[in-house]
Write a protein that binds this ligand. Structure first.
Ligand code: SIN
Length: 271
């Protein structure tokens, strides 16, 4: 393995493939730093042909922070920080079908997520990511001023209550700034998403619905996106603070399966 990783962007705005590293082996400090730099620069990065086991998956995540427990669903047997991501002929829904940032309903939403898929359909099952810095940057100066200072409710009840098998599980509902400052890059980005956000707290119901409709449509425009075609043992590592993603469930009744860890984050800072 070379000390300098090869980073190939997928698009001008978001996404890059990383070559020259074996994630089943211990990582050098230099490789950890280069992976982190690539994530900060491209918001989501991809690796191919990495047949990692659960321990290697956890170790990879821990290079970038503490692992976070999923607040909505339980982890797999023996590995509480790993959740299964799975769709097949018996599925009634799959994770992440609507645009979202993982667990934005948490008081301290995760910094990042690492998804490793071992089984993918022959066709379909892609994931899309969108760049929330670019979505913010593209707003008019007056709209930027208007949005700063507003907060939105991110509600985990509406997503996880219907599917949880644990009636006593406490599901998070949190308020976060609509425009946040990324703690590393210091860039401003939008932080609302169709899956968790129910309202903008400072607006009337009608005003909130209209502004959110505009923001969701705006952030989901194709010009801010990349689309990733999975192969068996591909890995995606994304920054939840400045991206949203959507898993396309167009492969029913075929099987798509793997595991995800999330890395703990901070309370979002208002712009
Ligand atoms: C998710 O983490 O939201 C699932 C993403 C995917 O299955 O591609």
């Amino acid at each position: 393995m070379s000390e300098t990783l090869e980073i190939k962007p997928l698009t001008e705005r978001i996404g890059a493939e990383v070559f020259g590293v074996d994630l089943t082996k211990p990582l050098s400090n230099s490789h950890v730093q280069q992976i982190h730099d690539a994530l900060m620069a491209h918001c989501v990065i991809f690796f191919r042909d990495q047949a990692i086991n659960h321990e290697q998956h956890e170790t990879l995540g821990r290079h970038f922070g503490q692992l976070a427990l999923h607040s909505g669903v339980s982890g797999i047997e023996g590995h509480p920080y790993i959740v299964k991501i799975h769709g097949d002929a018996d599925s009634k829904h799959v994770a992440g079908e609507r645009w979202h940032s993982d667990l934005s309903c948490d008081e301290e939403p995760p910094m990042g997520s690492i998804l490793a898929l071992h089984t993918v359909p022959e066709v379909g099952g892609d994931t899309l990511w969108t760049n929330m810095y670019s979505a913010y940057d593209a707003l008019s100066p007056r709209m930027k001023v208007y949005l700063e200072g507003l907060t939105a409710e991110h509600n985990g009840e509406i997503i996880y209550r219907p599917i949880t098998k644990e009636p006593n599980r406490v599901l998070p509902i949190s308020n976060h700034p609509v425009v946040r400052v990324h703690p590393v890059t210091k860039r401003k980005c939008l932080f609302v998403n169709r899956q968790y956000v129910t309202k903008i707290n400072e607006l009337s119901r009608q005003e909130s619905a209209a502004i959110l409709d505009f923001l969701f449509d705006h952030c989901e425009e194709e010009r801010y996106q990349c689309r990733f075609r999975w192969k068996p043992n591909s890995i995606a590592f994304w920054d939840n603070r400045c991206t949203m993603h959507q898993a396309v469930w167009d492969y029913f009744p075929k099987t798509r399966s793997g595991y995800r860890v999330t890395i703990a984050g901070d309370k979002p800072i208002a712009a």
